[in-house]
Structures are given as C-alpha cells and as structure tokens.
Design a protein around this ligand. Structure first.
Ligand code: DC
Length: 214
C-alpha cells in the first residue's frame, strides 16, 4: 500500500525530528520541504540579490535538485529568516510545490513536512498531522539546542524571532500556515519527543488499519 503522510507546523515545533523518526519507522522516503525554501533563499543571499526579486527567486527554485539539498549548509538562522521571506512569493511556491509533489509520488508513499503540506501540496494525503507547541516552549527548545552546541544566545531574542516567523508564515496570502481541516493536532508543549512519536504512530497505525479494511 501507499502511505503518504503530511506533517505541518510552525518553526521549532519538533515536526522535523518527528518526521525523520516516522520515516525511519515506516521505511518511507522523507522530504523536509523547508529545505527547498531555504535553498532558494541561500541562492539569492550567495548572489547578493534582493529576496523579493520574484524572477530570480523563481529561476533559483526551478534549479533546485532535491537530491542535493544539504541540511547542514542550510541550517543557519539567517537562511531560515530569508526562506520565510521568499516563501511569500506565489511563483516560487508554484515551482517548489511541483517538485514536492513529484517527490511524494513514490510507490511506497512518503513523508513530507512543512507549512502547507496538508492544505496545498498533498490535500488528499490519508494522514495529516499538525504539530505545534507554545511559542515559549519552542523558544526554550531552540535556546537549549544552541546552548548545547556551545553557542551564546538570548532567550528573549529567540522568542521574538519565533513570533515574527509565525506571524509571517501564518499571515501570507498564498498557502498560509494553518492546520488542514482533517489534520490531527499534536500539541507537544508538554510532551517529550518519544511521547509525540508514540502519539503520531497511533494515528498512523489506525489509518493503515482502515486502509487495509477498505
Ligand atoms: O521549516 P523551516 O524553518 O526550514 O522553513 C523555513 C521557511 O520556509 C518557513 O519559515 C516558511 C517556508 N516554508 C514554507 O513556506 N512552506 C513549506 N512547506 C516549508 C517551509
């Protein structure tokens, strides 16, 4: 059977970690669609081009190859912020969504995570999760991660960044971040990653069971 799983949620909600764990557990290909927006942003930043130049952004988007997306090279805060800016451009979204849908067409199925997977990219996905947590909890997790890597950062700055990013991702007119009507809401504010993983597996296992009954 084909198992397509759409995972959405705001920045630092834990959706990426969850998606990777689920992909390993169910042996599914996984695409972090945030990397596609980050790659477009990085191409513009590297070329010192403005982030709102739609033509340049679209040609960068068309040139992206999913196989070569380098998570480590795209992980910086600056690129994440820039990605959220290029993500408001409808023509960029159109180009990237086409690649994301191509990726999802795998015989076994796939897991895609992002902001608009359940609403726009894969509206027919049989499993949709919307992973969230309060801005304070997300800021604390980011803060702890950076500290653990030996970085220095101010918690209030991270919280402010998270609020700005949420506002931009939720307020844009094209494909804003919001749960699909049929998404399962997973609020991880008071959950460990293991608990979130177990909750997600329970939802997916029911969907697999239902599919086998049909
Ligand atoms: O998940 P992330 O932090 O890597 O995403 C970076 C930005 O990319 C995010 O702020 C908005 C944009 N994005 C999007 O608009 N749609 C997606 N499906 C994934 C990411």
């Amino acid at each position: 059977m084909t198992l397509t799983i759409a995972i959405d949620g705001p920045a630092a909600s834990g959706k990426g970690t969850l998606a990777r764990k689920l992909a390993a557990h169910y042996h599914l290909a996984h695409l972090d669609t945030g990397l596609t927006y980050r790659a477009v942003a990085k191409a513009l930043l590297d070329a010192s081009q403005p982030l709102d130049d739609e033509d340049l952004a679209v040609s960068a988007a068309k040139g992206i190859r999913l196989e070569t997306l380098d998570r480590a090279a795209l992980a910086t805060h600056e690129i994440g912020e820039a990605a959220s800016r290029v993500a408001v451009l409808p023509a960029v979204r159109l180009a990237l969504v086409e690649k994301q849908r191509d990726f999802a067409r795998q015989p076994q199925g796939a897991i895609l995570d992002g902001r608009d997977i359940g609403t726009v990219v894969l509206p027919d996905a049989p499993v949709k999760l919307y992973v969230t947590a309060t801005p304070q909890v997300r800021a604390q997790r980011r803060f702890d991660e950076i500290l653990a890597r030996g970085g220095a950062v101010v918690y209030d700055d991270i919280l402010a960044d998270i609020r700005t990013r949420d506002a931009r991702d939720m307020a844009r007119s094209d494909s804003p971040l919001k749960p699909a009507q049929d998404a399962y809401l997973l609020d991880t504010s008071e959950m460990t990653i293991e608990a979130a993983f177990a909750a997600a597996r329970a939802v997916i296992d029911i969907a697999i069971h239902d599919c086998k009954q049909d």
